[in-house]
Design a protein around this ligand. Structure first.
Ligand code: ATP
Ligand code: MG
Length: 450
């Protein structure tokens, strides 16, 4: 089957090409291409991309965003899939509203969302921070007619391809059409080669410089050249809440983020250890929580803060010094359980990893666990190396605030127990009024809006 562009369409393309050649210097073109390369790898480079004026330029061209959600949602049963997709849609809308990104409609079609917006690039970048989204592409929408698809593709190719580039066209198609996906690839490739013959382009299906994508969905088609990665996971709010012990160090924010990534809204809980720490430690935790909540737009931005210094003083005065960290963590778990009850959460999350600190040997974790009577302790970092955790922290934006100078806890003993016995810990706690300590702590908690 062969499709050719009408004279009118060819004329239109030529006019647009000339206009762009006039307006876009080669330098601008290069700058745009390099930014595109970067955004396709990282959500966090958004600021950089915007600073360069990239968003404004791009939004002149694209009119849609293809939002792809992870395969995991697609394999759920029909009812669950509907619930998850609805939640994802709400979260996408929440993000657009929060950043005041205008849009006309969001269509749900065959496992994708198609957003109609005049700010497609900015929308792609912001929506790449929504859990459940696996990737996005700013796109040009047209009808599913082959001529329209070819015309839009040539137009996009003219802006994306440089002299001597190789390219490949990929097509995905759902619906009834008088052509196959391969027909689309062949026809679009042929048109690009002939319309942009002065660029000396060539087709390379294995390792192209530029990939052009076409998605045909029933009577509409979308043409794109870039893919922005999302975080994947499940839409936030599809699982129950978790109370997260958030110290503000490198690990616990990553643990929080991983819980969010699986759909759990978080309730961060920070223990203020002053006078063994100071306000720099608290400030660090607040800053980190603010970054985490940017991943949870539309959800409450509340953090619990519990004064813990008096508890630590009692441990130091009345118990063997080497058990201080274990007694401290057990108390944290007990208080976290009370907050979980208040918040109707379903579990407690910590940033512990096997052997990462003296208090985190397997024996110590076992002793810690017995303090939590009603809720499971979830440790998403259990098997992570420190470097792996740090890499995630950098990607999600918590590394910088987590590594800001803050006072370490001076209540920690020089030689902490690494193989605590439950019997010893129970004996140490017998000398304390644990119930009263928990009550006092819960009564003095503060809730901070971030
Ligand atoms: P992180 O890197 O998360 O700060 P860490 O490696 O310093 O933790 P620990 O101090 O043993 O290790 O803390 C283990 C876990 O206990 C933390 O990941 C966090 O979940 C929780 N935690 C520790 N201190 C606090 C605190 N002040 N407030 C809230 N949670 C805390
Ligand atoms: Mg740690």
């Amino acid at each position: 089957m062969s499709y050719t562009l009408s004279l009118f369409q060819r004329g239109l393309i030529t006019m647009k090409l000339e206009w762009f050649q006039m307006v876009w210097t080669q330098g601008l073109r290069l700058a745009r291409v390099s930014i595109f390369k970067e955004i396709s790898t990282m959500y966090l480079l958004e600021e950089e991309a915007m600073r360069s004026g990239f968003g404004e330029r791009e939004s002149l061209r694209f009119d849609s965003v293809i939002v792809r959600h992870g395969g995991e949602i697609g394999i759920k049963g029909a009812w669950t899939r509907r619930v998850y997709e609805r939640r994802l849609l709400n979260n996408l809308k929440g993000m657009l509203k929060h950043y005041e990104i205008p849009y006309d409609a969001i269509l749900r079609r065959h496992g994708r969302f198609y957003l109609k917006t005049p700010a497609a690039t900015e929308a792609s970048l912001k929506l790449s921070g929504v859990f459940g989204v696996s990737s996005l592409s700013p796109a040009l929408e047209t009808t599913s007619g082959m001529r329209d698809i070819a015309a839009k593709s040539v137009f996009l190719a003219s802006l994306t391809l440089s002299e001597g580039n190789s390219f490949a066209v990929r097509c995905r198609r759902v619906g009834e059409h008088p052509y196959t996906s391969s027909d689309v690839c062949r026809e679009v490739g042929r048109e690009i080669l002939s319309e942009l013959s002065d660029l000396g382009l060539r087709v390379d299906l294995k390792n192209p410089d530029v990939k052009l994508g076409v998605e045909v969905r029933d009577d509409r088609a979308f043409v794109y050249s870039e893919v922005v990665r999302g975080p994947g996971g499940l839409p936030l709010g599809t699982q129950k809440k978790v109370v997260c012990l958030l110290s503000g160090g490198i690990d616990s924010p990553v643990a929080c983020w991983l819980a969010m990534k699986r759909g759990c809204p978080i309730v961060p809980l920070y223990f203020d250890n002053s006078p063994f720490t100071d306000e720099s430690t608290t400030e660090r935790a607040l800053n980190v929580a603010a970054v985490l909540f940017d991943w949870a737009i539309g959800f409450p931005r509340r953090m619990y803060m519990v004064p813990h210094g008096q508890n630590l003083t009692e441990f130091k005065m009345k118990c063997p010094e080497r058990l201080t960290c274990i007694l401290c963590k057990r108390m944290m778990y007990r208080i976290a359980e009370r907050i979980a009850e208040m918040e109707r959460a379903e579990g407690i999350v910590t940033g512990e990893a096997i052997g990462e600190q003296a208090s985190q040997t397997l024996q110590n974790l076992r002793v810690l666990n017995t303090a939590a009577k009603k809720y499971p302790i979830h440790r998403p970092l259990l098997g992570f190396d420190k470097a792996e955790t740090e890499r995630i922290a950098q990607k999600i934006g918590t590394y910088k605030p987590s590594t800001k100078r803050a006072k370490g806890c001076s209540a920690a003993p020089r030689k902490p127990a690494t193989m605590a016995k439950l019997q010893q810990v129970a004996e140490a706690e017998e000398g304390l009024n644990i119930v009263e300590m928990v009550e006092r702590s819960v009564k003095s908690l503060k809730v901070v809006n971030i």
